[in-house]
Write a protein that binds this ligand. Structure first.
Ligand SMILES: NC(=O)C1=CN([C@@H]2O[C@H](COP(=O)(O)OP(=O)(O)OC[C@H]3O[C@@H](n4cnc5c(N)ncnc54)[C@H](O)[C@@H]3O)[C@@H](O)[C@H]2O)C=CC1
Ligand SMILES: [Mg+2]
Length: 316
């Protein structure tokens, strides 16, 4: 096991916001507040940060000289660390491995670690140390697709496309997958523009479909959200790569046609109802509210709530 950090240097490293380090230090060394306070027992030891649930997080990207460590030495250090964490009553270990250090995945797996998730440049593995079955939360369960039902109230026309690369050519609303950190309405507006060339603005959320083991969701579930959008450009310039056809169709024709998907047909009927009886009957509108975490905000979607109810203090 390489001697990576010595004497005062390792104390300085620990002081640096309790970063995880692979180190060999004097017996009795401990991390600062928030660190796993473990006394080293061997030549080298893996250190991690303690989380508020009593788990330990080890980030290999923050450790010095990992490129010099071979998988056998890593496995030995990890095994010793697990023993220590168990004796200290830690409930879980989170191991973050950069993609270029993937040679450490197999040794970790041989000690019981499983994949929790992977991003483009790293993977995260976990090991449950607590009593009984693991209580660690899983990772993403759904992908989110968003479509725009772009309805022009003046002409009663609705924007529809037929996908290329589909076995059946059926009319549907333009849409696609949401990007990380993107608001639902922004996805709808972006996808409509990319696929059809039509500019529009978000009005409301109309429906949510949840489908499990969706064929296009890599074994995950699919959440498909349809928004009502208002167009402010009308000349179609559709994406030839994704769409076969694109047109403004009479809403009543879309309601009647058999050449469409059940969800498109249902939402066309919902739109017709809203157009005739008032969109407030079908719209879930959006509002931004402050999160309990300082400085953060979120979007909430629900039926319109009268202002008097937004400000009322009791049941008066
Ligand atoms: N019932 C309906 O009316 C339909 C609903 N949806 C929903 O729409 C959402 C997804 O929308 P999309 O238009 O499919 O996404 P999207 O608009 O983000 O486009 C997906 C793009 O990725 C490409 N692609 C997909 N898989 C690929 C692969 N394995 N290799 C190479 N290229 C690949 C496609 O050719 C397409 O260009 C989902 O939520 C889905 O449930 C999709 C189709 C019909
Ligand atoms: Mg699409």
């Amino acid at each position: 096991m390489p001697q990576l950090l010595r004497g005062g240097r390792w104390r300085a490293v620990l002081a640096r916001a309790c970063r995880a380090v692979l180190f060999a230090g004097p017996r009795g060394a401990s991390g600062g507040p928030g660190c796993a306070r473990d006394a080293p027992s061997g030549a080298g030891e893996l250190r991690g940060e303690l989380d508020r649930f009593g788990g330990v997080s080890v980030r290999l990207a923050r450790l010095d000289a990992m490129h010099r460590l071979d998988p056998v030495a890593f496995q030995r250090a990890l095994q010793a660390a697990i023993q220590k964490w168990r004796s200290e009553g830690r409930v879980a270990v989170w191991l973050h491995i950069p993609i270029l250090q993937s040679r450490f995945i197999a040794p970790a797996a041989s000690l019981g670690f499983c994949f929790h998730h992977a991003e483009s440049d790293s993977s995260t593995l976990t090991l449950w140390l607590g009593e009984g079955p693991s209580r660690l939360p899983g990772y993403a369960t759904h992908q989110v697709g968003v479509a725009g039902a772009v309805f022009d109230e003046n002409t009663r026309k609705i924007l529809v496309v037929q996908d290329r690369n589909k076995l059946k050519n059926m009319w549907k609303f333009p849409g696609g997958l949401s990007e990380p950190g993107e608001d639902i309405g922004d996805t709808a507006v972006r996808e409509v523009f990319e696929e059809t060339g039509i500019k529009s603005e978000f009005r409301s959320l109309l429906s949510i479909r949840q489908q499990h083991t969706h064929p296009g969701a890599f074994g995950k579930s699919d959440m498909y959200i349809i928004c009502r959008l208002k167009p402010y450009s009308f000349t179609i310039n559709f994406c030839q790569r994704e769409c076969l056809r694109c047109e403004w169709m009479d809403l009543s024709d879309l309601v009647k046609t058999e050449n469409t998907t059940p969800i498109t047909s249902r939402v066309a009927r919902l739109l017709l109802y809203g157009y005739r009886e008032g969109f407030d009957k079908i719209d879930l509108t959006v509002e931004e509210l402050p999160a309990v975490y300082t400085g953060l905000f979120y979007k909430i979607y629900h039926k319109e709530l009268p202002d008097s109810y937004k400000t009322m203090t009791g049941m008066d």
